[in-house]
Design a protein around this ligand. Structure first.
Ligand code: ADP
Length: 471
């Protein structure tokens, strides 16, 4: 398979989602920002208005005092001092008697635009609009015991001008906010959707080419989408491993079948070349036997391959060890008896093991079969099982030929048969299958053997936290 390649992002697939996300982002950003701008403006306008009104009221209070204490002269003097100090904008100050007799008036030209005769002097803050409508005059008044009315007022003209300027600035700020909102929406959406686009591109590449070598880039700082991308890559890795395993298994099976198939062909060819009916008949019998061997071999090879590549389906359940050992031994009782081999069991009571009962039985049967096969008459085979820490341990011991140091490293290889074993029936696949099944259960299998002193095969299946290699 080719080296894995990184897939560039495609822009199309998530376009509509991107547009929707960008629009939402921009909307939320712009609305929130504009609300803040509006609130700021409102607060500023309100605080300017409050400041002006407090000024008018406090000045009225001060001038009332002056007027009450020293009459018009004292008032005029105070107004004059205040004006000359230049501390603040000139105020409107008027003292009227009755409805319209003005006793004192201090008003800058700007106040000409106001029709002050409309002021009614009812107390509190009064407002009148200028004739041009551009400003208002806010006036507070105090009435004295002699019937005169003191009015102090301020034009809103300056305040309005300041607020107009502020509105202008805020309009520009708002335009910038909208632009930033739209651009931000586009950028944020683009970067958020980037991994999704890459994921879509990878899936598309796989569908288009049928090759699963595409991988999605995963950023160092992982978010949920990166997690998904990483899992996706992991899934592809696992699929690749499985496919490689199956390819490998297929290669092995094809290779292992070549020899018996060639043998089969040779026998058939020889039969064809002979005219002797007896020879042909024997050849046909040999062909049938060879075919049966090939079928058995094929089945076992497929089982081994499945277990080794992790594609073997294990139906894990709690298996009663005593009963499974009993079943296996019962199966071989007659064979053992014929060969005058004593076969016995020693299983811890109530022991269970999490396993696929059919496969475990198959593995144990292979070991018992070997034990009987490689033990001469008068020997003994013992199958024992017990709990040992977190595993269930099976010992299949015999008093047979044992295994030579020369054979020992190879007995687990497929199709390997020990030097002494040629006389016995067998395919050289039994132990490979046993090991594949045990490993698929997350367990181990081992052997303790010496030439001429018997062999003990030890199978250990974990009890807790089993991680079978196949689903
Ligand atoms: P087969 O039994 O078909 O030859 P196996 O894979 O079951 O193939 O075993 C491989 C080899 O391991 C055997 O050929 C034999 O030499 C050796 N072997 C297996 N089990 C025993 C045993 N119990 N005692 C002695 N040798 C054994």
């Amino acid at each position: 398979m080719d080296a894995t390649s990184r897939i560039p992002a495609e822009t199309e697939p998530s376009g509509r989602l991107g547009l929707r996300l960008a629009a939402w982002y921009a909307l939320v950003f712009v609305v929130t920002s504009l609300a803040i701008v509006l609130l700021t403006y409102r607060l500023l306008a309100a605080s300017l208005e409050e400041r002006d009104q407090q000024l008018v009221i406090s000045t009225l209070r001060e001038y009332s005092q002056r007027y009450a204490d020293g009459g018009l002269g004292s008032l005029a003097e105070a107004v004059d001092i205040e004006q000359r100090s230049g501390r603040q904008e000139r105020l409107f100050v008027r003292v009227v008697r009755g409805q319209s007799e003005t006793l004192f008036l201090s008003a800058p030209n700007a106040f000409d635009d106001f029709d002050v005769s409309r002021l009614r002097g009812l107390g509190g803050l009064e407002q009148i609009l200028s004739q041009s409508g551009a400003a208002r005059l806010e006036v507070a008044s105090a009435r004295f015991a002699d019937g005169t009315l003191l009015q102090v007022g301020k034009s809103t003209e300056n305040r309005e001008a300041l607020l107009a300027r502020f509105r202008y600035v805020l309009t520009i700020v708002s335009i910038v906010i909208v632009a930033v909102g739209l651009a931000g929406g586009a950028i944020v959406t683009r970067s958020t959707l980037q991994p999704i686009r890459q994921l879509i591109a990878a899936v598309r590449a796989i569908i288009r080419t049928g090759r699963i070598n595409a991988r999605v880039p995963v950023r160092a700082e992982r978010d949920a989408i990166d997690e998904l991308s990483a899992l996706f890559n992991e899934m592809l890795d696992r699929i690749t491993t499985l496919i490689r395993g199956m390819e490998h298994a297929l290669d092995n099976v094809a290779h292992d079948l070549r020899t018996p198939m060639t043998r089969l062909r040779g026998v058939a060819e020889r039969a064809l070349q002979s005219n002797d009916a007896q020879v042909q008949r024997e050849a046909l019998i040999t062909c049938i036997e060879e075919s049966e061997r090939i079928i058995a071999m094929l089945e076992t090879l497929m089982d081994i391959s499945e277990a080794e590549t992790g594609t073997m389906r294990l139906e894990i359940g709690d298996v009663a060890v005593a009963s499974i050992v009993g079943e296996v031994v019962e199966l071989y009782e007659n064979v053992a008896e014929d060969k005058q081999i004593a076969i016995s069991t020693d299983v811890e009571a109530g022991l269970t093991v999490p396993a696929d009962s059919r496969r475990l039985r198959q593995a144990l049967a292979n070991l018992v079969d070997n034990a009987i096969k490689y033990t001469p008459s008068g020997g003994r085979v013992t199958v024992s099982a017990r709990r040992e820490n977190s595993v269930v341990r099976f010992d299949i011991a015999d008093t047979g030929s044992g295994i030579s140091p020369h054979d020992l490293p190879h007995i687990w290889d497929r199709l390997y048969r020990g030097d002494q074993s040629r006389a016995e029936r067998g395919l050289g696949l039994g132990l490979s299958l046993v090991r594949a099944i045990v490993v698929a259960h997350g367990g181990t299998v081992d052997v303790e053997a010496e030439s001429g002193r018997g062999s003990t095969f030890i199978v250990k299946i974990p009890v807790r936290e089993i991680h079978p290699r196949s689903a």
